[in-house]
Design a protein around this ligand. Structure first.
Ligand code: NAP
Length: 293
């Protein structure tokens, strides 16, 4: 397939680009800077200049492709306003791409998070929460999935809280960054809340399988570890950085505080059984041993 990818220079996207190219697909990838264009070219993809706000570029990129994988996101969690702007930008971008693919049966694979379900592992059948700081992203994903009834083979790959590679990435990566700045490896609440995780190279395989195989309107879980206690994550970070490990106030994490404090383990049983996906790379706690002081 000739695949249009957004976010192809990111932690997950760069692994997805490599996975696609290694499995006989060609890739055109959105590039919003010279540096990103160069990185994509070196990876073997064709850069396509534009950003998520450039709806003409998105329309053209999608029109020329056999399928689209969307991974770009502003990831600006510095304030509720910045987060809301990133959510709105992604929503318009995906509406534009989706419209271009109507009545074509071409795949549109988007990304979201695994939902929290009190007291048990969440599954692919659980709905995404539409409240909270990233509830708008869930509504965007639902709009994409609804395109299934309008001739788009739309699907969503739900990512766990931490997608990691070489000890970096995701919410665990944010904990590491905050620990370096504050000189404390902190965690909110009592730290027994669990976050699921996956290695980026395993997640990339799932994106390819979903692009190739997923029926329209379906959700999948890229879950490698079902749930690592946040205290255990902070303990590895603290040991690697030589810092004390302590509980800290939830507002240390700004708009993400409530999400950081939530117990949200998740399962990928249906994804593994249906698509034959099997993670093979390091678990999060193993990968965090790559953190360098
Ligand atoms: N990492 C995780 O643990 C995790 C967990 C759950 C969900 N997710 C979601 O998965 C997706 C990818 O995550 P990631 O960790 O790979 O992100 P990342 O490493 O921060 O990369 C973000 C990508 O999006 C691009 N981008 C950002 N804003 C853009 C804009 N306005 N226009 C065009 N491109 C833009 C970046 O391009 P540049 O290289 O030019 O900056 C980069 O390629 C995101 O939607 C994220 O929310 C990630």
């Amino acid at each position: 397939m000739h695949v249009f990818v957004t976010g192809g220079t990111g932690l997950i996207g760069s692994a997805v680009v490599a996975e696609l190219l290694g499995n006989g697909h060609t890739v055109v990838a959105l590039a919003r800077s010279d540096a990103s264009a160069l990185a994509l070219k070196s990876a073997g993809a064709e850069p396509f200049r534009g950003d998520l706000a450039d709806l003409d570029a998105l329309r053209t990129g999608a029109a020329q492709a056999d399928g689209v994988i969307h991974l770009a996101f502003g990831n600006d969690f510095s304030s509720p306003g910045a987060l809301a702007r990133a959510v709105a930008e992604e929503s318009s971008a995906l509406a534009t791409v989706g419209e271009e693919l109507l009545n074509s049966d071409r795949p549109l694979v988007t990304v979201s998070g695994t939902p929290p379900v009190p007291g048990r592992l969440s599954t692919e059948a659980d709905p995404l929460p539409t409240d909270g700081p990233v509830g708008g992203r869930s509504r965007t994903v639902m709009a994409v999935l609804n395109l299934a009834s309008r001739g788009v083979r739309s699907s969503a790959v739900r990512m766990p809280r931490t997608v990691h590679n070489e000890g970096k990435g995701g919410f665990a990566g944010m904990l590491t960054g905050i620990a370096r700045r504050t000189r404390v490896s902190g965690y909110p609440a009592d730290g027994t809340q669990r976050w699921p995780a996956v290695h980026a190279l395993d997640a990339a395989v799932l994106f390819r399988l979903v692009l190739e195989l997923a029926p329209a309107g379906t959700c999948w879980h890229a879950v490698g570890d079902e749930g690592d206690a946040v205290r255990d994550i902070a303990a590895v970070i603290g040991r690697r950085l030589g810092l004390p490990v302590e509980t800290v106030p939830q507002d240390t994490y700004g708009p993400l505080g409530p999400i950081f404090a939530t117990d949200q383990p998740a399962s990928s049983t249906r994804t593994r059984e249906t698509l034959g996906w099997e993670p093979t790379h390091l678990s999060l706690l193993e990968d965090l041993e790559n953190i360098q002081p």
